[in-house]
Design a protein around this ligand. Structure first.
Ligand SMILES: [Fe+2]
Length: 340
């Protein structure tokens, strides 16, 4: 009954209307609450199973998944950075990413409104280079992500894609573009709350590469309250002037770090922007961990593709992530939102 209602074209068109213009109709906060409530009804069992697995069996899940290290990364105030360059599979991931950049980078593939930023990874690369998912499902990454989210998350298959190789390059933008636009402006993501991005610098990032920049969660709360961010009628993207009228500029953290640095950030709690004036191209691997009950209508409007996406439409679409017969339960849960 609920499944029929959910898959109904009328439900989909209502969801699309609500979501249009970054949740303009009801406002971001109200839309997020509505989507979460509906999703919790629809995915009640998966939601409960994953919460219970986290609450009661997280140590066993991690032990089955691989070596349990010292696990020192902890998101505080919505974020953390690891500069150790020693995370498992990182070296291989960075080497493989250089091959993908050589193959796919530097060519405009259609960035939509975000022409300064493009996603160049396809499902074929995800299958060809196991390092991409080995890194994403290693205990060193999953333990801090789960501890922060208090559930067993899944890699998103719709916006934002769970795995992206993001290329930012000012030269990709049309010459007539004036000022900053889209994700170059401050915003908080509304796809889930909480959600965690794990961002890997694949090459050195300096201020000339338009670093990913964040305001910690506490500063972001101040901005949200002062500007009534998330309320109906308040824009999704905020200018610097608006944000810095509420908090001091010194609160900003710029992820301008050497290759191999890894940022963990709750992009729903922390205002962020990036890809500004990327004179030197910036390359990041970006992983998005969400729960099985999102705060948007992504599962309804943008389900995973039936077949691997290997052409340029891979910038916004993804098939299921490959799961092997010997994969641990934790890895299966992260790679497949339907896994139990
Ligand atoms: Fe964002």
């Amino acid at each position: 009954m609920l499944g029929t209602l959910w898959n109904n074209p009328l439900t989909r068109s209502a969801a699309a209307r609500i979501e249009k213009g970054h949740n303009k109709l009801l406002g971001i906060r109200r839309t997020m609450r509505l989507a979460k409530t509906l999703s919790k009804v629809r995915n009640a069992s998966a939601w409960r199973v994953r919460r219970e697995l986290y609450d009661d069996h997280v140590d066993r899940l991690l032990a089955e998944n691989g070596p349990v290290g010292s696990d020192t990364i902890e998101l505080r105030d919505g974020w953390a950075v690891d500069h150790s360059k020693s995370l498992p599979h990182l070296e291989r991931l960075i080497a493989d990413a250089q091959e993908i950049i050589k193959e796919r980078g530097g060519v405009f593939r259609g960035g939509g409104e975000r022409s300064f930023f493009q996603q160049i990874l396809t499902d074929e690369h995800v299958a060809r280079y196991p390092s991409i998912l080995d890194f994403a499902t290693s205990n060193a990454i999953l333990a801090p992500v789960m501890r922060y989210m208090k559930t067993v998350p899944t890699l998103s298959v719709s916006k934002p894609l769970g795995v992206r190789l993001a290329e930012s390059d000012a030269r990709l933008a049309p010459p007539d573009q004036r000022g900053y636009a889209e994700s170059q402006l401050f915003h908080r993501d509304y796809h889930d709350d909480p959600m965690v991005y794990v961002v890997v610098a694949l090459r050195d990032v300096t201020r000339q590469s338009g670093p990913f920049s964040i305001l910690p969660a506490s500063a972001s709360r101040t901005v949200t309250e002062k500007l009534r961010y998330g309320s109906r009628g308040v824009p999704y993207r905020l200018t610097d002037d608006a944000v810095y009228s509420a908090v001091d500029r010194s609160a900003l953290f710029e992820f301008a770090c050497p290759a191999g640095s890894v940022l963990f950030v709750d992009s729903s709690a922390c205002f962020h922007y990036g890809s500004r004036d990327a004179i030197i191209p910036r390359y990041l691997m970006m992983y998005a961990y969400v729960s099985v009950c999102r705060t948007d209508f992504g599962d309804l409007l943008r389900p995973e593709c039936e077949r691997p996406v290997t052409d340029d439409s891979a910038r916004t679409r993804r098939a299921k992530y490959p799961v092997g017969p010997n994969d641990s339960r934790l890895r299966r849960l992260v790679l497949d939102r339907h896994a139990t």
